[in-house]
Design a protein around this ligand. Structure first.
Ligand code: BTN
Length: 264
């Protein structure tokens, strides 16, 4: 069943304090991230949420585009104004964890995280996340853009073998409204915890879901390529890769997993 994403449908039964309470819903938009950044620049509060049924210029990581069939998926951007004490470099992981948990619990499946923050089910990508910063210093806001393939049936040939949708993996239609409400609630909870003592536990939860750690991987970014064992996260939000007797930190790129997880 595909319920239309209307403001009323999203707000009915939403249990958050702030996330989704300032809500903008569009039939068509260039990019929810672009819109949310404009809203952030003009002072919109923490938790402001922008939704669209279709994007004409959806943005992906590393300058790519994000394609989504109209009316079938979730295209959402949330303005996060990090609480004092938040390690902003860790926010991508907090957002990734929240999305993986929300997707998994709503669809009744196990969602894994591939560094940096792709969400995969059965080895195929169901969700992409793009964090962008708007402003600097104490006024800085992070826009968390999340694209979840819920009912997408066709994928461009170049990603067809690597992408899937929740309806396909769950074997039943996933309710987009329930998923969105769960996502907003989970995100609000995790962000609130991320500035305190719970950060360590959140990062452990992230590591437990991360299919990249403990494996030999290659990370490619532009002309640079690093191959080695992914051993953990650095304090400033990078991925630690051991190779040739040293540890290198990478901050962005595409990951290819070369070996299965080491048995302990
Ligand atoms: C990726 O490349 O994996 C990240 C994709 C992020 C796509 C989402 S869709 C909603 C939001 N608006 C955008 O323009 N991009 C993000």
């Amino acid at each position: 069943m595909t319920h239309k994403l209307t403001k009323r449908a999203v707000l009915t039964g939403l249990t958050t304090q702030r996330y989704g309470r300032h809500l903008y819903v569009f039939e068509e938009l260039d990019s929810t991230n672009a819109c949310a950044r404009t809203l952030a620049a003009t002072g919109s509060p923490d938790g402001t949420t922008v939704l669209a049924e279709y994007q004409t210029a959806g943005r992906g990581r590393l300058g790519r585009s994000w394609m989504s069939e109209p009316g079938r998926n979730i295209l959402v951007s949330v303005i996060i104004r990090p609480p004092a004490g938040t390690v902003v470099a860790m926010l991508p992981y907090i957002v990734g964890l929240a999305v993986a948990e929300a997707v998994g619990s709503t669809a009744g499946i196990r969602a894994a995280i591939k560094w940096p923050n792709d969400i995969l089910v059965d080895g195929k990508k169901v969700c992409g996340i793009l964090l962008e910063q708007e402003g600097t210093g104490t006024d800085a806001a992070i826009v968390a853009g999340i694209g979840i393939n819920v009912g997408q049936t066709d994928f461009p040939p170049e990603i067809a073998g690597r992408a899937t949708s929740l309806n396909a993996v769950a074997g039943a239609p996933v309710d987009r409204i329930v998923l969105l409400q769960t996502l907003l609630r989970t995100l609000e909870e995790k962000v609130a915890l991320s500035s305190g003592k719970a950060l360590g536990a959140l990062l452990r939860d992230w590591s437990d879901r991360c299919m990249t750690l403990g494996r030999t991987i290659t990370v490619e970014h532009g002309t640079q390529q690093v191959t080695g064992l992914a051993v953990g996260l650095s304090d400033d939000g990078g991925l630690l890769i051991e190779h040739d007797g040293r540890t290198e930190v990478v901050y962005a790129g595409d990951t290819t997993i070369i070996t299965p997880r080491r048995q302990s």
